[in-house]
Design a binder for this molecule. Structure first.
Ligand SMILES: Nc1ncnc2c1ncn2[C@@H]1O[C@H](COP(=O)(O)OP(=O)(O)OP(=O)(O)O)[C@@H](O)[C@H]1O
Length: 792
């Protein structure tokens, strides 16, 4: 039981007063429940949060975070979710979907008078760690006047450390892989009471990569619950909905009738630049936009590393950053925080940041490598032009990709306009790259890996109408990267390739280290030895990587080499982008369908008999180190199945040892009856041990019952001891409670603050400006301080 609030008078309050107070609290919640029941989304006009039947702590949290008016998706989705409907929410990127599910989560638990004694009430799943952290931060801000306990579970710490804190969490924001590990392995983690399941970026979470993990999570959850699904590219597949057992879900798609699937404040262009010209064009673009905030998407982590590292050598005059799924978690957090905080910098990234991340004021989204499909395009460009802001996006296309990709985009209602590169401004950096690669073998190897990973990623793309590997000028492309010749790439063909791809997807999910990484090459290329076809360069690189490169890589990847550079010469800095990119031809705007009112419809009920996929056995390890250890010979000898000795006769047939035992030898071991008794005794003890295991299960059930009883009792006591007229709940970070927690931990928890000391700390925080509105500079250090304060 948590310590009592300083506001409570505890035992001095007499029982009569307690009864009065409890009644008042109940009346407040009841009246709120009634307001929700009476609320008719069709009749009541809803423009501001104050128009909604919300509790006092939530309205105060929204107000303190400067959220006043609702966005379209919030207007439609929040009332329905408050009333308990299952929802499929679809709205453009940057349109405020996060609040559309967080507000109902807080409210629905509040109205059920949820306390930490009730256990986990809401589970929010995010495909990437970065997005989970962002959601958690928004929850922390708008939920600051609630006292729900909330936690962030995204891996990076040992299960044991997280496990101890999970038991009493009310709201969890997590990535699927880590959550499943806890569900499978943390005995004290109870989810029988769960009221709400939320999937942000639902289509991504429900796609192939997370399939078995999500199915397994859902298996653990109670069937009676509310489920909310949100995405800018929402899934409506009945099979997906059936997997989640949605009950008559409401489909809320506020922008379905819009002419474009992307924000109207976003200007979208594409340039046709042959593959061997791509790097030159990117360099020239960056040199023409030194005062901008630019996000560049590439198809693999290796591409990101090479472009980042080579450009860094050449010092373009703008701070450079890079981000991909293979970096350490602390580095990833640090880089996202730094990119958020700067007003001019260029971040090279994989699709790990394509979805959901709310970097403030990005000017340009450049897609150096063509996205795998139109949905990925929509999410990538959605990192700019968010919530009524302007933004620009440029897609680089090889001539072979142009027709196919435009068709795909048009089909998804995405209108992109062709522009041209001003040849006068185009600079070639090929000789510089060649020079650098010649002098620096490490850079050359990076380049070779980048080349190989690009070629492999094109090979693995499903959409062959867009990606035509055999038509790409690969020799010239390798020269454009500064390489002395095109590395040879061997491909896995046909079914093998599919198997390898699927095996890797599964592996990717099971490894919580890289969860959410959409790094084509890393994700799709074979790791299982049997399936791997390694090139000479793979082997060479691996050998190099073990010795010469390792030090360099550690520097590159881990220690924040994304140092902000002082622009060496910024003479071109003021050049306008229009100087570099010019419009050549305007493509016809897509015919806009007749405007219809925003849709809120009920979907056909999904197939009530969801197909159950067989779940793979949960891994028995909780870290990569443990996994590696499991595979060592030493470990196998110590803990693996014990050898069973057999004897072979002259014909080569196997026999049990006793068949050849000498009777004299047998009798020498002692009396036959005694030997039998010993054997029976030993087996009896073993069976007792098994029985005890069964008993423990029964005992666990009894313990749960006792706990339930205790909770009911404690809740009644708490109700009585509550001081004000209503239940005042707070969701506040639990700072400075415990020591340690260094390393790359990423669990951050919020919890009740009761005593005077904590209240004082909170007041201090308030004075020092914590609890700023959303979008304020919540630094990585703050998060880390928070996390380290919480984890022992
Ligand atoms: N009601 C509101 N009033 C003002 N700003 C808002 C409101 N709702 C959301 N925002 C702001 O809009 C921005 C985008 O919100 P959010 O990240 O929830 O978008 P999203 O729809 O989830 O985008 P994506 O599809 O990319 O995940 C955020 O900076 C958020 O603070």
């Amino acid at each position: 039981m948590a310590p009592m609030s300083s506001k409570r008078k505890g035992p001095t309050v007499n029982s009569q007063q307690r009864d009065v107070k409890r009644k008042k609290v109940e009346e407040n919640v009841e009246s709120l429940n009634q307001r929700v029941l009476d609320f008719n989304p069709g009749e009541n006009e809803v423009t501001s949060f104050n128009d909604l039947p919300l509790s006092h702590p939530t309205t105060s949290g929204l107000e303190a975070s400067h959220f006043k008016n609702l966005t379209d998706i919030q207007q439609k989705a929040v009332p329905l979710a408050l009333k308990g409907s299952d929802l499929l929410g679809a709205a453009k990127t940057g349109s405020g979907k996060t609040l559309a599910f967080l507000v109902p989560v807080l409210e629905n638990l509040y109205r059920r008078r949820w306390t930490e004694l009730d256990g986990l009430g809401a589970l929010i799943l995010s495909p990437t760690r970065e997005l989970a952290i962002q959601i958690f931060e928004v929850l922390r801000k708008i939920g600051r006047y609630h006292t729900f306990s909330a936690g962030l579970v995204i891996g990076g710490k040992s299960l044991q450390e997280e496990r101890e804190r999970l038991g009493r969490m009310n709201i969890l924001v997590c990535t699927p892989g880590r959550m499943l590990q806890h569900m499978d392995q943390t005995a004290a983690f109870e989810i029988d009471n769960l009221q709400m399941l939320v999937l942000d970026e639902a289509d991504r979470i429900l796609d192939m990569g997370f399939q078995s993990t999500v199915d397994a999570i859902v298996e653990h959850l109670p069937k009676e619950r509310q489920t909310l699904l949100f995405s800018a590219t929402q899934t409506k597949k009945v099979s997906d909905l059936a997997r989640l057992s949605l009950r008559d879900p409401e489909y809320v798609s506020v922008h379905e009738a819009a002419a474009s699937a992307t924000p109207s404040t976003l200007q979208q262009n594409y340039i046709v630049t042959p593959l061997p010209e791509k790097v030159n064009t990117l360099w020239s673009f960056i040199r023409s936009n030194l005062k901008s905030k630019i996000l560049v998407f590439l198809s693999s982590g290796k591409q990101v590393r090479y472009v980042y590292e080579s450009f860094r050598h050449m010092q373009p005059g703008i701070p450079l950053l890079h981000l991909h799924g293979r970096q350490k978690q602390t580095a990833r957090l640090d880089i996202t925080a730094r990119f958020s905080a700067t007003s001019n910098s260029c971040l090279f990234a994989t699709d790990v940041v394509a979805r959901g991340l709310d970097f403030p004021a990005v000017d340009w989204v450049i897609q150096l490598d063509c996205p795998e499909d139109a949905d990925t395009y929509i999410h990538r460009v959605g990192r700019t032009a968010r919530y009524e802001r302007d933004g620009r996006a440029v897609l680089f296309l090889d001539p072979t990709e142009e027709e196919g990709m435009l068709k795909r985009l048009e089909h998804k209602k995405v209108a992109v306009e062709k522009i041209n590169v001003r040849q006068k401004k185009q600079q070639s950096i090929q000789s510089q790259l060649q020079n650098m690669c010649f002098k620096d073998p490490e850079l050359k190897y990076l380049g070779q890996k980048a080349f190989i990973s690009y070629v492999k990623s094109i090979h693995l793309q499903k959409d062959k109408e867009v990606f035509k590997l055999d038509q790409l000028p690969l020799e010239e492309y390798s020269a454009s990267l500064g390489l002395p010749g095109a590395p040879r790439v061997k491909f896995v063909k046909g079914d093998d390739a599919k198997n390898v791809k699927n095996a890797l997807r599964r592996q990717q999910i099971s490894s919580s280290e890289d969860e959410g990484e959409n790094d084509k090459e890393d994700q799709n290329m074979p790791k299982p030895k049997s399936a791997v076809v390694k090139t000479k360069y793979d082997r060479m690189f691996e050998r190099k990587n073990q010795d010469i490169l390792s030090e360099h890589y550690t520097k590159l990847i881990d220690d924040g080499t994304d140092k902000i550079q002082k622009p060496p010469n910024t003479t071109d800095g003021d050049d306008d982008a229009a100087d570099f990119l010019s419009i050549k031809r305007r493509i016809e705007a897509l015919p806009s369908p007749p405007q219809q009112p925003t849709t809120t419809s009920s979907l056909d009920p999904p197939d009530p008999t969801p197909k159950k996929t067989k779940r793979p056995k949960p891994p028995k390890f909780d870290s990569n180190r443990a996994r590696r250890l499991l595979t060592t010979k030493e470990y196998a000898l110590k803990h693996g199945p014990k050898a069973h000795k057999l004897v072979f006769d002259d014909q080569g047939d196997a026999h049990e040892v006793y068949e050849f035992a000498d009777e004299k030898d047998f009798l020498r071991k002692g009396d036959v009856v005694k030997q039998r008794e010993e054997f029976v005794g030993k087996e009896g003890r073993r069976l007792e041990e098994v029985d005890r295991g069964v008993d423990r299960g029964v005992e666990k059930g009894k313990r749960r019952e006792r706990r339930e009883k205790r909770r009911r009792r404690e809740r009644e006591e708490m109700d009585g001891a509550e001081e004000g007229g209503e239940v005042r709940v707070e969701l506040v970070p639990f700072e400075g409670e415990e020591e340690g927690g260094g390393g790359d931990e990423v669990v951050v928890e919020g919890r009740r603050e009761y005593d005077e000391e904590r209240a004082e700390r909170k007041r201090k925080r308030k004075r020092s400006g914590d609890g700023e509105p959303l979008g304020s500079n919540d630094k990585l250090e703050d998060l880390e301080a928070l996390a380290s304060g919480l984890l022992g």
